[in-house]
Design a protein around this ligand. Structure first.
Ligand SMILES: *Cc1c(COP(=O)(O)O)cnc(C)c1O
Length: 228
């Protein structure tokens, strides 16, 4: 399994470099987040031993159970929260994560400011955009993005490093990646977190600075738990 995960990482990194090269982008323009949610810790350790250091988790409690121990052995890990953040878990999330990619509502932004005052610093922040306007999906609606960014930046003095999206499962992802890039340009945001196992190369071609890849690296994962 360890060898396989190392090979998968090499293959995915190679695909990303190929896509960047095709698009005329610098070869360091897009970084790979290994999405370790739902994976047994041995698989995560295999990726760490292979030299990988950027990981994504979608549940605060799962990250809390897994990462503090792993971080003692691998101090240069960069951990991204890529799942919804409930306000009662903000304090813990601020402690655990280097980047929160799912800022998507004023209440959360305001609580982050309180947490900045308490803990002295915050993770880097990405705003999640609901590019497909899906009812069940988290994220700021695209036409509310301008006012939301203004609230974060002007009123609350929160830096926003990028935008993140999860395209609707039944639509061509490229349309959503291009749309997210357009929104980022309009709003002066640099980072773009987009692309998963089935479309990370396309995302790298279309401007992603971060791709989030789980199953293509680690294999199939356990079904999600009910809460966390
Ligand atoms: C699970 C997840 C991923 C990774 O999905 P794969 O299809 O396993 O690559 C990426 N982004 C988010 C937000 C996720 O929840």
């Amino acid at each position: 399994m360890g060898q396989m995960i190392g090979d998968n990482l090499s293959r995915v990194q190679g695909d990303i470099r190929g896509a960047l090269d095709d698009a005329g982008r610098p070869l360091n323009a897009c970084r790979l987040i290994a999405v370790s949610k739902g994976q047994p810790v041995e698989r995560v350790e295999a990726a760490l031993r292979a030299g990988h250091r950027i990981f994504g988790e979608n549940r605060v409690q799962e990250a809390e159970a897994k990462w503090p121990t792993l971080r003692q052995a691998y101090k240069d890990v960069e951990l991204h929260l890529i799942g919804p953040l409930q306000t009662n878990k903000i304090s813990l999330a601020v402690k655990l994560f280097d980047v929160i990619q799912t800022l998507d509502r004023p209440k959360l932004a305001r609580k982050l400011v309180l947490e900045r005052d308490r803990q002295g610093a915050l993770p880097r922040l990405y705003v999640q955009v609901n590019t497909g306007a899906e009812e069940q999906k988290a994220g700021v609606e695209s036409d509310a993005l301008g006012p939301f960014l203004e609230l974060c930046r002007e009123t609350l003095r929160l830096d926003v490093d990028g935008l993140m999206c999860i395209p609707p499962i039944d639509q061509p992802a490229g349309l959503h990646f291009a749309f997210l890039k357009k929104l980022a340009g309009e709003h002066g945001v640099d980072g773009l977190s987009m692309g998963m196992s089935r479309d990370y190369a396309l995302a790298a071609t279309l401007g992603a600075s971060l791709v989030r890849v789980g199953t293509a690296i680690f294999g199939t994962r356990a079904a999600p738990q009910a809460s966390g």
